[in-house]
Design a protein around this ligand. Structure first.
Ligand SMILES: Nc1nc2c(ncn2[C@@H]2O[C@H](COP(=O)(O)OP(=O)(O)O)[C@@H](O)[C@H]2O)c(=O)[nH]1
Ligand SMILES: [Mg+2]
Ligand SMILES: [Zn+2]
Length: 287
């Protein structure tokens, strides 16, 4: 038996990378009875003589649509202009990453298009996220970014036109990906079958699929969203389960009023919580 990682899946065929070799395997073993479907990103044990996946190891995380597992980093490509910067979109992506137990990092793009005044805003936005512990890069800091991402499994996310394909090209110019396209793909349309694959780009393991297909919070509990606003945890509230909305003696609201929490960030928090499964305001007028 060998331990390996599933790096590709087409219907019931899985490519497993183990000790620098690839094996085309089919699932066997007890997990099949448990209705567990192997995902790209899964750590598995294989019977290398018969090309069987025998065992699925525990996942550290998993996202659906696209279905992948064991994502180390969500690389959020965030344009500062064309398309214009949206703090709400960024905070939604960060929140979904944390809710999915994935570390978000930000790569800002199109800094070169900013006026001096806009540059000041950019610096202050970046400084805030860095201060709360989120790694930030700009797309001209490629070597620092590569150094951080090396040997990690990465999902790229960010709105269309943000500069995802361009970023991959900057990381490795041999990729020569088409830019200005609606969707990016490392394996440009050679295959008609929809499949997911992991590509090694200078030692970074990129899932060839964009991040969250939907930014919906409808099925997410508001407490999880609260916990995803990681800086809120540094403030003490009177109530342990404080949602930092209307409670008295709330350290987060005090920090907000003291200018320690960005106003837009807090407003985004309220908007996102409002979209949650149990986050809306309930009106019990109907009988
Ligand atoms: N000025 C400028 N243009 C950029 C930058 N990054 C990407 N672009 C351009 O923005 C457009 C969209 O980029 P693309 O990589 O296709 O975005 P994607 O949809 O996220 O893959 C293309 O015309 C790129 O050349 C940047 O940092 N500065
Ligand atoms: Mg693209
Ligand atoms: Zn509070």
């Amino acid at each position: 038996m060998l331990k390996g990682t599933i790096i590709k899946n087409i219907s019931n065929s899985y490519t497993v990378l183990a000790n620098d070799k690839t094996y085309n395997c089919t699932p066997r073993g007890k997990f099949r009875n448990m209705k567990l479907t192997p995902l790209v990103g899964d750590e598995v044990l294989i019977d290398e003589d018969n090309n069987y996946i025998m065992e699925l190891l525990e996942r550290k995380n998993e996202i659906s649509r696209p279905s992948v597992s064991n994502v180390d980093v969500m690389l959020i490509v965030t344009s500062m202009k064309n398309p214009s910067f949206s703090s709400l979109l960024l905070d939604k992506e960060i929140t979904l990453a944390y809710v999915s137990k994935i570390i978000p990092i930000i790569c800002f793009t199109k800094i070169d298009l900013l006026t001096d005044k806009e540059l000041i805003d950019y610096k202050s936005i970046r400084k805030y996220y860095e201060a709360i512990g989120i790694k930030c890069f700009a797309n001209n800091e490629i070597e620092d970014l590569v150094e951080y991402l090396i040997n990690k499994k990465v999902v790229l996310t960010g709105q269309s036109g943000a500069g995802k394909s361009s970023l991959l090209n900057r990381i490795d110019s041999r990729l020569d990906l088409k830019t200005q396209e609606i969707s990016y793909a490392l394996n440009r349309g050679k295959h008609t079958t929809r499949h997911i694959e992991i590509f090694d780009v200078r030692g970074i393991l990129f899932f060839d699929t964009p991040g969250f297909s939907s930014l919906s919070f409808q099925e997410i509990k508001k407490e999880l969203v609260r916990d995803a606003f990681i800086e809120f945890k540094t403030y003490k509230c009177r109530y342990q389960d404080c949602m930092h909305i209307k409670e008295t003696e709330c350290g987060v609201i005090e920090a907000l009023n003291a200018g320690k929490i960005r106003k837009t960030r807090y407003e985004n928090y309220l908007k996102i919580v409002g979209e949650c499964e149990n986050g809306g305001i309930r009106i019990n007028s109907k009988k």
